[in-house]
Design a protein around this ligand. Structure first.
Ligand code: SAM
Length: 240
């Protein structure tokens, strides 16, 4: 499917905080590819981890699935395991896009419009939450991670990817600059980068790697570690 280009922050002024609305859903794949370092490689690594760790007929959730990229990819690489794939997102526009794409790629995936905070899951073999926990209010995060833990079967796998901050202010500033340079290389102008940063200010609240590992430990996971980090982005895997 042809990707539409992200021009959202080329406009003169920001009307409001960042939202996952129709305008964003329409260009979201381009935004993901140009804003999240190693976006595709992380999805591929998840495919490999789950291919090795999961039994036949696994139930796999993707929370904050957006336009469905991860599940569409997993439907291909895990097809011999015959997985049941379920994507949850509270943006109707994102879920519509995800359904459209799954149909175009001929993949059987259930996409549900719902809030992660209120939905009840069935017992799952794996739960993925990529770049979504950072949008949940910090006070709510422990509860969400505990709910995920409870919804996993014994030895179930939880995958988490997040933008992260450092405890070291100078290094943190340097890392942010490196990240903005990455965005410039992806074709975003300084103005676009500054506007998006402003729009995300109160919406995306990153934790440190230690805080994220702490959330996983406190929820009860028997083991958790990072499997990927590039500057201020990290992915974690935890085992029940
Ligand atoms: C950065 S995107 C996630 C990207 C996606 N996981 C991927 O890897 O392609 C964050 C998504 O989380 C969704 N979201 C944010 N808060 C949510 C909530 N409380 N319940 C359900 N979805 C939520 C947004 O609508 C958005 O689609």
């Amino acid at each position: 499917m042809k990707e539409k280009k992200d021009n959202i922050f080329k406009i003169e002024k920001i009307e409001s905080d960042f939202q996952f609305n129709k305008e964003v859903a329409n260009i979201f794949d381009d935004m993901l590819n140009r804003s999240i370092p190693f976006y595709r490689q992380v999805i591929e690594a998840i495919g490999e981890i789950l291919e090795k760790a999961l039994p036949q007929n696994p139930v796999i959730y993707d929370l904050g699935c957006s336009t469905g990229n991860t599940l569409i990819y997993l439907a291909s690489v895990l097809k011999d395991k015959k997985p049941e794939l379920i994507g949850i997102d509270n943006s109707k526009d994102m879920v519509e896009k995800a359904k459209e794409k799954a149909k175009a790629y001929n993949k059987e995936i259930e996409f549900i419009v719902s809030d992660i905070e209120s939905i009840e899951f069935k017992q799952a073999d794996a739960i993925i939450m990529n770049y979504t926990l950072q949008f949940i209010r910090p006070l709510k995060r422990p509860e969400i991670i505990k709910k995920n833990y409870k919804s996993l079967k014994e030895k179930g796998i939880f995958i988490l990817s997040e933008k992260v901050i450092l405890e070291h202010p100078e290094l943190n500033r340097d890392f942010l600059e490196i990240y903005y340079n990455f965005k410039k290389k992806q074709g975003y102008s300084e103005l676009e980068i500054a506007k998006k940063r402003e729009a995300l200010e109160n919406v995306l609240i990153p934790f440190t790697i230690k805080e994220n590992i702490g959330l996983l430990k406190n929820a009860g996971f028997s083991y958790s570690t990072t499997f990927f980090q590039w500057i201020n982005f990290a992915s974690f895997v935890a085992v029940k």
